[in-house]
Design a protein around this ligand. Structure first.
Ligand code: PLP
Ligand code: COI
Length: 339
């Protein structure tokens, strides 16, 4: 059966295999291959009550040359280590992470969407504390699971359609128990209310200001924010924003390949009115151009695209990034792991 990748959204599509590894008695065990889609958890498992869980998101791409490439795997491994440290889980060694991810991709190789289908293989490593407990403390035992799903764009229309985002001071980016700078499930649960309100208002995603002063720009619900002003790529510098690997890659491309200036700094809300283009960026979002940011508290609209089309600089950045990921442009930074 031919798969209609063109109309695929960003959802879970099952594949046959996932890869697992257990942490017990102070050490990680061997990688196991599983065809089960389930986990069995104790009713008192730490993750169910105290959300001791972290995850990652990265992608594999089928190139023009037929080869599969995983983008910046080491950066995801390092970020997972920071997330683990942040909520006191044992760090997953970089080699173990890389081996588990590569194994999951190889086992499901037939599910990597074809070149030019517009789709890619999303890789989701997740780690959680499984020890039964009632007192609040770190678990003793953990499970690492890596599964994959062949996905399409995160936002409807992908790169070609700019979408409107919602700004409201009612919502904060960071979870009360931690910070937005680590990739833990609890942060995403804290964003569900804002995301739902945005959708109810016909807007694509929530856009956050800093939690303390509500003056500076932070990021979007599931992606970083960047803007273009003239020939400058501008992105917020904030300790409560998730350090996006895509954003760092785009900044590097902007500076070293496209002759742009890069500014990573605090950005005042009022500056939105001065930007020529704006976008959300991330593994799932890639670059999703923002048509406007609607401040629902003041009814102010910051418009970046009147016709819902991406701007020229966003297009250059998008094409360069995709070019590297699909093996069309020389990977001079050594970002790809070829499978
Ligand atoms: N910010 C948030 C909150 C995210 O969920 C993501 C997705 O991973 C990003 C930013 C983008 O990060 P990356 O480019 O590493 O995927
Ligand atoms: C990603 O881009 O990998 C994300 O984690 C975003 C979202 C799907 C949670």
């Amino acid at each position: 059966m031919k798969i209609d990748y063109q109309n695929r959204g960003f959802s879970y599509y099952p594949t046959k295999y996932n890869v697992r590894c257990s942490y017990k008695n102070g050490e990680w065990g061997k990688l196991r291959i599983s065809t089960s889609k389930n986990v069995t958890l104790h009713i008192a498992a730490c993750v169910l009550h105290y959300a001791q869980e972290a995850f990652e998101g990265l992608k594999a791409f089928r190139g023009k040359d037929g080869k599969a490439r995983i983008f910046r795997i080491d950066e995801n491994a390092k970020r997972l280590q920071r997330s683990c440290e942040g909520i006191r889980m044992p760090k997953v060694p970089v080699d173990l992470f890389n081996n588990a991810v590569i194994k999951a991709v190889k086992l499901n190789e037939k599910d990597i969407p074809p070149y030019e289908s517009g789709a890619s293989l999303y890789i989701r490593p997740v780690i959680f504390g499984s020890t039964p407990m009632i007192g609040v403390r770190p678990a003793d035992e953990y499970e690492l699971i890596v599964f994959v799903s062949a996905v399409g764009p995160y936002f409807k229309g992908g790169f070609t359609t700019a979408s409107p985002f919602m700004l409201s001071r009612k919502f904060d980016r960071a979870a009360p128990c931690g910070t937005g700078s680590i990739k833990i499930g609890a942060n995403y649960a804290m964003g569900l209310a804002a995301g739902q309100e945005a959708h109810e208002r016909g807007l694509s995603q929530a856009f956050y200001l800093d939690a303390k002063e509500k003056t500076y720009i932070e990021e979007c619900g599931a992606a970083n924010f960047f803007a273009i002003k003239g020939n400058t790529y501008i992105t917020p510098n904030s300790s409560s924003v998730l350090p996006s690997i895509t954003n760092a890659s785009l900044a590097e491309i902007a500076e070293k390949c496209l002759g742009m200036k890069v500014e990573k700094r605090r950005i005042l809300l009022d500056e939105l009115a001065e930007f020529d283009e704006a976008g959300a960026c991330g593994t799932a979002a890639v670059i999703s151009p923002i048509s406007e940011i609607v401040d629902i508290d003041t009814d102010k609209h910051y418009v970046f695209s009147k016709d819902a089309k991406p701007g020229a600089k966003c297009k250059n950045l998008y094409e360069y990034l995709r070019g590297i990921q699909y093996g069309e442009i020389e990977d001079k930074f050594g970002w790809n792991t070829i499978i």
